[in-house]
Design a protein around this ligand. Structure first.
Ligand code: NSS
Length: 435
């Protein structure tokens, strides 16, 4: 029976014979011995020492099965245990030109991502991400929300026409979905609170460290809720995911050199900061916005928050915050207007601290058919494409709301990753669609 590195590294195994299958992660051949760091299929490593002639044909990433006796040696890397190799079976001698070495440009690592995902950094990232998805699902299951699946080939824009990916759908034109929201809205009438995890697509034409062309979108929608109900769900969900992920992935986060002191303090409630206060704060700091012609002017009421303004706002924060009370003009057609506060939308964005910025966005939905139709037109969209969606306002409309959370944005914050591309194994951006 073959064991994994983590199972072998234990004092009980010292002096016993074990077998491990894996890949040559690092290789150092000396006069008598070859030191082979073996990576198992969970990304964990252990050193195995062979007489050099036995390991003569080994190259980096060759796949092997090694059998030997476990010994404890403080000098052995990664936990102080090593295997004194006896038998070596080679499955495949990897080409000697394996392109990933210790120091590589980011671009090469992206070009060779199918191989780079064998690095321990990518393995750690993938494990943190898996825990985020796992605990996200658990939160919804434990709180009685039903998981649903919405289509990703659609006819209508949700988040504006400019970032739609068009595709030929038999004899007609269709788009890749930007958000499952409109479908989730249809489902709440008979399924109650629902949630989904689907890929969302945005033809983002700007290169930033927080935009992907394809991202994992965790979305939720519920009937009979207030804005405050939705914000409570968001802060509870995010806190639950973070607390559990930090606990389960302590080792990986340490490997990624993520200081988790602040993360451990993330718990409800998150501060609700009114949009007009945000503008005042940014103004007092002399914050400027770049206009279309490239010139700069002072930020003013009515401006949407940019990456830079969010960074400024959150750079010294240690917990996420909600920005509430955006002008309806900067929000999509579906956002409900505050009846007590004309021109203000019942919507909120959650901004992660330390400059990370927006990770989720949600609020109440317009439930009146007339004002919704007007706003669809105002956005330059065709109400005909929203025929079925408008039916939801015609037949038993109810107050309702929900939110969408970007998994990669959340993972980027949890792992303190410089670029959102680090949080996905095969990122899709404006300039990258392979591998
Ligand atoms: O455009 S959003 O702000 N809102 C929606 O799509 C709503 N229709 C969701 C809903 O209420 N059901 O996107 C939601 C989140 C946003 O806060 C980000 O965290 C993430 O989705 N997002 C992205 N992540 C990565 N890359 C890109 N391009 C991206 N766009 C949004």
């Amino acid at each position: 029976m073959s064991l994994r590195a983590g199972q072998i590294k234990s004092s009980e195994n010292v002096g016993k014979q074990v077998t491990i299958r894996g890949w040559v992660y690092r290789l150092r051949k000396q006069k008598e011995n070859a030191f082979v760091l073996i990576r198992d299929d969970r990304g964990d490593v252990i050193q195995c020492v062979f007489p050099v002639e036995k390991a003569a044909s080994l190259t980096i990433e060759s796949s092997i099965e090694a059998t030997g006796i476990v010994s404890q040696d403080a000098r052995a890397p990664e936990g102080g245990y090593e295997i004194k190799g006896k038998d070596l079976k080679i499955y495949n001698v990897a080409g000697a030109d394996y392109p990933i070495g210790e120091y590589q440009s980011d671009e090469l690592l992206l070009d060779k991502r199918h191989l780079a995902l064998r690095t321990r950094k990518m393995v750690a990232m993938a494990k943190v991400r898996a825990s985020v998805l796992d605990f996200g699902r658990r939160w919804f299951v434990e709180n009685g929300w039903m998981e649903v699946t919405a289509p990703t080939i659609v006819k209508g824009a949700v988040e504006g026409g400019s970032t739609l990916f068009k595709l030929k759908y038999f004899d007609e034109e269709a788009y890749l979905s930007q958000s499952a929201q409109l479908y989730l809205e249809a489902m709440i009438f008979s399924l109650g609170p629902v949630w989904s995890l689907t890929p969302s697509f945005r033809a983002e034409k700007s290169r930033t460290v927080r935009h992907l062309a394809e991202f994992s979108h965790l979305e939720a929608e519920a009937p009979w809720v207030t804005l405050e109900d939705i914000l409570k769900v968001e802060e509870q969900l995010v806190s639950y995911v973070i607390q559990n992920t930090v606990r389960e992935r302590a080792e990986e986060l340490a490997y990624l050199k993520r200081d988790t002191v602040d993360l451990k303090k993330v718990e409800p409630p998150f501060e609700r900061v009114p949009y007009d206060k945000v503008i005042k704060v940014l103004k007092s700091k002399g914050f400027m916005v770049t206009q279309e012609d490239g010139s700069k002017r002072e930020i003013q009421f009515g401006d949407d928050l940019s990456i830079d303004s969010e960074r400024e706002l959150t750079k010294n924060a240690t917990k996420p915050m909600f920005v509430v009370g955006y002008p309806i003009a900067v929000k999509p057609f579906y956002v409900k207007e505050d009846s007590d506060n004309q021109g203000i939308g019942l919507a909120a964005d959650m901004l992660a601290p330390q400059g990370f910025g927006e990770i989720s966005s949600g609020g109440l939905r317009e439930d009146d058919i007339v004002s919704m139709t007007t706003r669809i037109r105002k956005e330059g969209l065709d109400p005909a494409a929203y025929d079925w969606y408008l039916d939801l306002r015609k037949y038993g409309s109810v107050p309702h709301g929900g939110f969408g959370l970007g998994i990669e944005r959340l993972v980027r914050w949890i792992t303190n990753a410089e670029d959102i591309k680090d949080t996905v194994l095969f990122p899709r951006t404006m300039s990258r669609v392979t591998p």
